[in-house]
Design a protein around this ligand. Sequence first.
Ligand code: COA
Length: 331
Amino acid sequence: MNYTILGTGSYLPERVVTNADMEKLVDTSDEWIRTRTGIKTRHYSTGETGWYMALQACQRALEAAQMSPKDIDAIFVSSATPDYMVPSTSCILQGELGAENAFAIDINVACAGYIYVMDMAARYLASPNINHVLVVSTEQLTARTNFNDRNTCVLFGDAASATVVGKEGSGEILTSILGADGTGGHLLVSKNFDPENPFLEADWQERWPDRFEGHIQKLYMNGAEVYRFAVRKMSGMIKDMVAEVGLTIEDIDYMIPHQANTRILEAAAKRLKFPMEKMYTGIEKMGNTSSAGLGVGIDECVRTGTIKSGDLVAMSGFGGGLTYGALLLRI
Ligand code: COA
């Protein structure tokens, strides 16, 4: 179906944190981080909230699309790290932008979130009265990062991204895959919990064993297991999508995958026999920004002309939940 990217935007906080800065926090080294993850720097919020970062990205996307917020029929936000449980980030954006004709939905699908909201946009655009959707992701991962845990703290960064999609134009969504594997939930955990709840009983942990014991608020991850899942899923989904629409891997002009680890991208590229030069890698400068990274990737590729009208672009993501998803787009 017709599905065109009409404008893109992104926002990375100004504060750049290097691997040398991480060496001052935990027992790590620039060499370990670079060779095991590909990350050299990340951008950290120094107070910017998730919704504020998203607002900047949305304004840039609307400007690029030369559209008024009033032209937007729906705002879909993906965030695993929203500022508030209520109100939703999409409602905050709707109000800040003055997008008075838009309804607003937030979802949390962790790092696969951008694929999910792009897919949701396509499905809503199939409805006759929806013409333009503002797809957004914003992640303030530093709010959930355990800066005493070297296994995770060196990986994450903050970012927001936005894409205006519509059904005019020559773009197309050829197919998509969405999936989940809840049996792997324990591999990535961050819990909402109020230890000051006056009705909490002293022995609550013994009486009501938690689904994921021992995790309170900060992000925990079993990196090695997620790594294996990611490589398998990323290559499998791309193969399945091209086969479904009667194309081959060689037909793909460019890939924009979730930015979790350069080694994951290299391993998937090897499995697919796909050249790394045709794969977006923004992780080096921004780290893993969860679902925001894919939108930052689209924005950079559109603005630099790396992807252009007529190109076949494959996107893929995976993350906590576990969740996974992929899209095949004719730009
Ligand atoms: N600096 C130095 N050493 C570190 C370190 C750090 N920042 N973090 C971990 N290590 C150590 C570990 O303690 C371990 O030491 P040990 O063998 O003495 O116990 C060693 O490095 C190897 O750890 P391992 O977990 O095997 O490394 P890895 O090669 O799997 O790389 C990740 C770790 C996290 C980079 C990698 O597993 C990964 O990227 N996983 C996927 C992450 C991801 O995609 N997350 C988000 C999902 S959206």
